[in-house]
Write a protein that binds this ligand. Structure first.
Ligand SMILES: [Zn+2]
Length: 463
């Protein structure tokens, strides 16, 4: 081998073993509040103000505050898969499509994969399952968001450094049950799977990690309103990921952190649960902000949403907004429904007084929130139809099925707080964008959701 070819081989070896030179912020946090429109944020701010909470929504004070348009390639109202694809790849696609063009023929490249090539570590975190539409947009290419097994498989093949969330929805391929189960597959691909966040670093000293609430297919980590202290939260997932990455900071990191269940509570038109989810989301942003304070020149934090859910309205009759009443709600709609189901199972013929006691204790109705004679008569009618004659059917929203009495009682407490909802689905409203940190000025002005990843590309020198 002559000197020249030895030299070119050496140059090739160096270029392959070194990350591509990357400019721009070394540490990037991309927060997505699923379904979190301006109304959700303002409801949460007003709730905190009215209840004289010491908590404040930190991102409201970020220097860049603007909005983004969310429509997908084929609908004015996007779903989370098309929105995630837009936010991850910078290209619009059709609803229900993950990481592919709208004709579902070719794959789009997410910034997360490109940033991985710059040497940054990649973390994907959510309150939902890690194979759900929003996280999937950052690593998967599938024609349908419901292909959970295939999506989960692509997570294992991504080579990303950290996955955190509730569980995997479909670890077994139901069409081909002999296919490898995804937990085995993740291990084969070099991941350690942990579902004990307190002790995770004992089992996963080095290498890639999947940190889950459980491996039983639980659909979301517990809602903040239901969560017992000491159980996994979005804040802890965020902190754990930062700690892990900073053990060996390398070329920095990119983290996508999704408040996935803001959307779920909004689909249920459950304002108290939605507000507590937004507060939990804010807690995880605080963790990133503390990091930013230590590395202000090298850190960028973006907070946005994929779409608005529920068409929330702040006010339904007069100039009053008694939103602090929602603090009397102690459980999510989902959990209240379970408690009422248990009553049905426990007693062969439960009385209205039994059910009323549950509503009093968990929603503060009668106790703190006056209920009129006609309102109680309506609740009793629904109780009879559901518990006695059993004619009334359960009510199904996108992510939940609840009993009719639960649905009516949650709707009543929303009305008492003067919170209105126009839909159980997504809406076409624009969503907020809050930015702080290195290159923050690049995000000003009216944005399309695709502008966000394309701007990240621009400032990090990715073509
Ligand atoms: Zn949704």
């Amino acid at each position: 081998m002559n000197k020249l070819s030895k030299f070119s081989l050496l140059a090739l070896f160096i270029s392959l073993s070194l990350p591509i030179y990357s400019k721009g912020p070394k540490y990037i946090f991309f927060f997505i509040g699923d379904g979190m429109g301006f109304g959700h944020v303002e409801a949460t701010r007003l709730f905190l103000d009215e209840t004289k909470s010491s908590e404040n929504l930190l991102f409201l004070d970020f220097p860049i505050v603007t909005h983004a348009v969310t429509q997908s390639a084929d609908h004015r109202i996007t779903d989370s898969a098309a929105a995630a694809t837009a936010l991850a790849t910078g290209s619009k696609t059709a609803n229900y499509t993950v990481g592919m063009d709208s004709s579902r023929t070719y794959a789009l490249t997410p910034i997360s994969k490109q940033l991985k090539k710059t040497g940054r570590q990649i973390g994907i975190i959510t309150t939902a399952t890690i194979d759900h539409a929003t996280p999937a947009g950052f690593y998967a290419t599938q024609p349908d968001r419901n292909l959970y097994y295939q999506i989960g498989k692509q997570a294992a093949e991504s080579g990303f450094d950290f996955f955190g969330g509730a569980s995997l929805l479909k670890p077994v391929n139901n069409n081909n049950p002999q296919d490898i189960d995804l937990y085995t597959y993740f291990r084969k691909m070099g991941y350690t799977i942990c579902n004990d966040f307190k002790n995770y670093d004992k089992s996963a000293k080095n290498g890639k990690i999947v940190l889950l609430y459980d491996t039983l297919g639980t659909k979301h980590i517990p809602y903040e309103i239901d969560r017992k202290s000491g159980t996994l939260s979005l804040k802890e997932l965020t902190q754990t990921c930062i700690n892990r990455f900073m053990n060996n900071p390398k070329q920095g990191f990119f983290m996508m952190i999704e408040g996935g269940t803001i959307d779920w509570a909004a689909h249920s038109n459950d304002a108290a649960t939605m507000i507590q989810e937004t507060i939990g989301f804010n807690e995880s942003i605080k963790v990133a902000y503390d990091f930013y304070l230590k590395h202000p020149k090298e850190t960028l934090i973006i907070v946005t949403a994929d779409h608005e859910t529920g068409g929330i309205g702040l006010g339904i009759k007069d100039s009053n907004l008694p939103i602090s009443l929602l603090q009397k709600q102690k459980v999510s709609e989902e959990n209240l429904s379970n408690i009422l189901y248990q009553l049905k199972e426990r007693k062969s013929s439960p009385s209205w007084e039994d059910a009323k006691e549950i509503l009093k204790k968990n929603l503060g109705l009668w106790e703190y929130i006056p209920v009129s004679y006609s309102e109680e008569a309506e609740l009793m009618r629904i109780f009879d139809a559901s518990f006695i004659s059993k004619r009334a059917k359960d009510i199904t929203n996108l992510y939940s099925t609840v009993g009719p009495l639960t649905n009516a009682a949650i709707s009543l407490i929303n009305q008492k707080a003067h919170i209105g909802w126009t839909s159980n689905n997504h809406t076409g409203a624009v969503v907020p964008v809050y930015v702080i940190g290195a290159e923050q000025g690049q995000f000003s002005g009216r944005l399309d959701n695709t502008d966000i990843p394309n701007t990240i590309r621009k400032i990090t020198g990715i073509k």
